[in-house]
Write a protein that binds this ligand. Structure first.
Ligand code: NAI
Length: 333
């Protein structure tokens, strides 16, 4: 049995070598609730050739554990405050779930004071060690941490708007799940675009655009609220032990895998992502984007909205502008 698994892994490794450009992926915050399952999923991704794990604690154990999985990616671990640069050398993609998560009663913005400095210091390390990498920001509040990251890269003269992405995939994952349940559909056949940002009422699912569905007004209201505040369901259920980790790892690994395919030359890959945008007055906004060999290759608009969605959007844009400005002001200090 072991023999056939090993043989299959060897064949997979050989085919990976010949047909695909494999990539080095670094995970910052790799020992955390999201970091560990995310790193496991990335270790299993055939497009990852090197997985570099960084955290201020516990990385050697996580790296040793993952390194025993018989998949082609090599795993290394770096630990200790201020040592991120060592882990980042040679990275093509950097995924960042470093920082504190919410406890019951907290908004994502309540995390700002702690996570803003963590994200700024990691952005600085990225600017020095891997200035051409693509950066995927998971650390909350995403609506402010992405602008902080951008400003820090700008200070170092290495900002590329196509390579900085706030990960809002969990909102899409939740929307797909809740809509499939509501409509009695196979979740694999449901694809909901979620635009805006990644915090409460800035999360805007476009239910009016999901093909072959029919919602009552009450359904639209209830589903929209559930998608906006899906994170709170998990925070409440975990009762002080953190926020979404497993579903976030799943969502983060999905997005990373899609990006790796695009970097590898596959065309037509579209995902919703929070990026620098001129689609609305907010400087950063999530809409479907096409991914390509240089990161984001095209930022799309959001199409025709229902009156309900337009109203939610109109209310969200000022919040998104304020949350971006808060991040920009922090980075300017
Ligand atoms: P966690 O506390 O379990 O893990 C965070 C990890 O970051 C810890 O291992 C910690 O040692 C590490 N860390 C702290 N400072 C660091 C630094 N300077 N450099 C490197 N690592 C550092 O938290 P969890 O649950 O993994 O959440 C992480 C972040 O992701 C939180 O900010 C949370 O709000 C956010 N999140 C984002 C979601 C999204 O959809 N974008 C969804 C869920 C959570």
């Amino acid at each position: 049995m072991m023999h056939s698994f090993a043989a299959r892994a060897a064949r997979a490794a050989a085919s990976t070598k010949t047909v695909r450009k494999a990539s080095n992926v670094a995970v910052l915050g790799a020992a955390g609730g999201i970091g560990q399952p995310l790193s496991l999923l990335l270790k299993a991704d055939p497009l990852v050739s090197g997985l570099s794990l960084y955290d201020v604690v516990n990385t050697p154990g996580v790296a040793a554990d993952l390194s025993h999985c018989n998949t082609p990616a090599t795993v290394t671990g770096v630990t200790g405050v201020g040592n991120a640069e060592e882990a980042l050398k040679g990275a093509d993609v950097v995924v960042i779930p470093a920082g504190v998560p919410r406890k019951p009663g907290m908004t994502r913005d309540d995390l700002f004071n702690t996570n803003a400095s963590i994200v700024a210091s990691l952005a600085e390390a990225c600017a020095k060690a891997c200035p051409n990498a693509c950066y995927l920001i998971i650390s909350n509040p995403v609506n402010s941490t992405v602008p902080i990251f951008a400003e820090t890269l700008k200070k170092h003269g290495v900002y590329d708007k196509n390579k900085l992405i706030g990960v809002t995939t969990l909102d899409v994952v939740r929307a797909n799940t809740f809509v499939a349940e509501n409509q009695g559909k196979d979740v694999r056949d449901v694809k909901v675009d979620v635009i805006g940002g990644h915090a409460g009422t800035t999360i805007i699912p476009l239910l009016s655009q999901v093909p072959s569905t029919s919602f009552s007004d009450a359904d639209i209201e209830a589903l929209t609220q559930r998608i906006m505040f899906g994170g709170d369901e998990v925070v409440k259920a975990k009762d002080g032990a953190g926020s979404a980790t497993l579903s976030m790892a799943y969502a983060g690994a999905h997005f990373t895998s899609q990006l790796l395919k695009a970097l590898d030359g596959q065309s037509g890959i579209q995902e919703c992502a929070f990026v620098e945008s001129s689609v609305t007055d907010a400087p950063y906004f999530s809409t479907p984007v096409t991914l390509g060999p240089g990161g984001v290759s095209e930022v799309h608009g959001y199409g025709t909205l229902s009156a309900y969605e337009q109203d939610v959007l109109d209310k969200a844009v000022p919040d998104l502008i304020a949350q971006a400005e808060k991040g920009i002001a922090f980075a300017a200090k």
